[in-house]
Design a protein around this ligand. Structure first.
Ligand SMILES: [Zn+2]
Length: 162
């Protein structure tokens, strides 16, 4: 199956998945590491869904800015796994009147890139004031006690390496 990046391939990656944040940005995640991948963009670039999925939430907070969350499912090793994708720092969402639970198909435009929220992006330890899409993928896991939680994974799983 061909892989689709959420933004055009002309945009470089600013910060890879799993990179440790410098001290002043470590508070942004529990692990102190980058939990998604950053695509450096202009403001207002189309964001396309890299997987057919269900609209799950539209939220705002001061770190993630305007963000959208979508859920999808995959049968893997005889087990149905639940995943979610998070698109952060959006300037605008484009949901065409659809609501939570509605299905969006692969390649659909769901938002425009922006610079909302608080963020760090830079692979060389430098803070870059650059609009970008932070794209994050998570899988639903359960503790031994049966409590659900979301575990971030490398987005390359869904969108490839470049
Ligand atoms: Zn990021």
């Amino acid at each position: 199956m061909p892989l689709l990046r959420p933004v055009s391939n002309k945009f470089p990656i600013g910060l890879e998945y799993g990179v440790e944040y410098p001290e002043q940005f470590r508070h942004l995640t529990v692990s102190g590491r980058h939990e998604g991948v950053d695509y450096l963009t202009i403001i207002g670039e189309y964001i396309r869904l890299p997987e057919t999925s269900k609209f799950y939430a539209k939220r705002y907070d001061s770190d993630r800015g305007n963000h959208l969350i979508f859920k999808f499912w995959r049968n893997e090793h005889g087990k149905k796994n639940t995943y979610r994708m998070i698109f952060m720092h959006l300037s605008k969402t484009l949901l065409s009147g659809r609501v939570v639970g509605d299905t969006f198909v692969l390649g659909e435009i769901v938002a425009l890139t922006g610079d909302s929220g608080t963020w760090y992006t830079g692979s060389d330890g430098e803070y870059r004031s650059h609009p970008h899409l932070h794209f994050q993928v998570e899988i639903l896991k359960y503790t031994p006690e049966g409590k659900p939680y979301w575990q971030h994974i490398n987005p390359a799983f869904l969108v490839g390496k470049d």
